[in-house]
Design a protein around this ligand. Structure first.
Ligand code: 5GP
Length: 120
């Protein structure tokens, strides 16, 4: 079951500017910032500006403009970081089995080193 959106979650607070972050991209539909605990030389989180708990919530309930704006932003962030030629990985954890820690949709971008095979 999808949780109700919690306006006190840490990424909501980052969006409101209440908590600092290193912003790398921002537009009407998306904000991208460096992960505080990077797992690769490039580890960026891209979040929609709208109030969506997860990929499940977003894919079911966001408007076409929100979805296209967000998807294009994820691509643009990776492209601007020079990750297309070497390659990169996208990851979105959804819910408890995936260890989603923050209940605001975020897509991880990993790159800058060989990433190895996907973890189970
Ligand atoms: P999840 O496990 O939910 O997919 O990933 C949450 C991610 O958010 C983790 O990689 C964690 O390091 C990152 N994170 C948690 N709190 C903060 C924060 O306050 N600032 C930033 N920049 N990243 C955070």
């Amino acid at each position: 079951a999808t949780l109700p959106y919690d306006d006190a979650n840490i990424f909501a607070r980052i969006l409101r500017g209440e908590i600092p972050c290193t912003r790398v991209y921002e537009d009407d539909h998306a904000l991208a910032f460096n992960d505080i605990n990077p797992q690769a030389p490039h580890h960026v989180l891209v979040i929609p500006t709208g109030r969506y708990v997860s990929w499940d919530d977003f894919s079911a309930n966001a408007s076409d403009a929100e979805i296209s704006g967000f998807v294009r932003a994820v691509g643009a962030v990776a492209r601007a970081a020079g990750l297309v030629e070497p390659g990169y990985r996208l990851l979105a954890n959804v819910g408890g089995d995936a260890h989603q820690e923050v209940p605001h949709l975020h897509v991880h971008i990993f790159g800058g080193r060989p990433l190895g095979p996907m973890l189970a």
